[in-house]
Design a protein around this ligand. Structure first.
Ligand code: NAD
Length: 259
């Protein structure tokens, strides 16, 4: 299916690796020009080069911390009128809520709630004026089924989800949709980092812990960032104009509810 977005421009945040990279690659595959961001210039430029080589689209790489005002200003200067915005940032650390003071909470809220809201605020009115916009927020399956050691994620992302639920119904009449993609366990650096931390705490071997985590997924495997990106590309497609305010869970069947 032709997604009808060739020649559009997307801003994809936190996209040098993992799920953000998967989204950037899939959008580029649809002929979408990109501005991609991540904190470190080296890996970001490598990803930009690979996307250009594979797809031939224009890719501008902007290194900077998207959770800061300065980082967002740089990214928005490079991409003032995106047709598509993919919000993403690193996830908060795992831990016990007894150890988290206000500063730790503010960092999580800033990264996983206030930063995407700031970027929506900066771009949504332009999209409304141009009668096309697709905003996708990478959140987490933790929004639907909380993960005990990821209380910071459970809380901060629930805040973003509530905010999006409110505005996504306001923008859709101008063909601007806002949806959330909820990853379960995807094979990325982040997943491996978290599993390593859990293994170390429990005194277990990393490979054993990895296998045990994988066995919890009904699909019998971790997700591939490529398939995550393809779902993102659909939500950004011309055909998805009637889909807004939704929370699309991609977790290999891990969520046990009926719906
Ligand atoms: P990853 O570590 O593989 O990649 C993270 C990317 O974000 C990298 O490109 C990194 O440079 C960039 N980044 C991190 N912080 C940034 C910042 N402040 N500014 C700019 N760029 C930044 O991580 P991932 O697994 O792709 O996770 C992406 C998001 O999805 C995270 O918020 C994570 O918590 C969430 N998530 C991931 C999974 C999973 O299984 N991988 C599951 C649920 C939720």
């Amino acid at each position: 299916m032709d997604f009808g977005i060739e020649g559009r421009t997307a801003l994809v945040c936190a996209a040098s690796k993992g799920l953000g990279r998967g989204c950037a690659m899939a959008l580029a595959g649809e002929g979408v020009n990109l501005v991609i961001n991540a904190r470190n210039a080296g890996p970001l430029e490598e990803t930009a080069e690979e996307i250009r080589d594979r797809t031939g689209v224009e890719v501008t790489a902007v290194a900077g911390d998207i959770t800061t005002e300065a980082g967002r200003a740089m990214v928005l200067a490079a991409c003032p009128r995106p047709d598509i915005l993919v919000n993403n940032a690193g996830g908060p650390p795992v831990g016990d809520f007894r150890d988290w003071d206000n500063e730790v909470w503010m960092a999580a809220l800033n990264a996983n709630m206030l930063t995407p809201i700031a970027l929506i605020r900066a771009t949504v009115d332009g999209m409304i004026g141009r009668k096309f916009g697709r905003i996708v927020n990478i959140t987490s399956s933790a929004v639907k089924a909380p993960i005990d050691i990821l209380g910071l994620s459970n809380g901060a992302r629930a805040g973003l989800t509530g905010f999006v639920a409110g505005i996504a119904r306001k923008t859709v009449k101008d063909n601007v949709t806002i949806n959330n993609l909820l990853p379960g366990a995807f094979d990325t650096d982040r997943l491996r980092h978290n599993i390593r931390a859990t293994a170390e705490k429990a005194g277990r071997d990393f490979e054993d812990q990895l296998a045990a985590r994988r066995d919890l997924v009904p699909a019998g495997r971790f997700g591939d960032p490529v398939e995550f990106g393809q779902a993102c590309a659909y939500l950004c497609s011309a055909q998805a104009g009637y889909v807004t305010g939704q929370n699309f869970l991609i977790d290999g069947g891990a969520y046990p509810g009926t719906f």
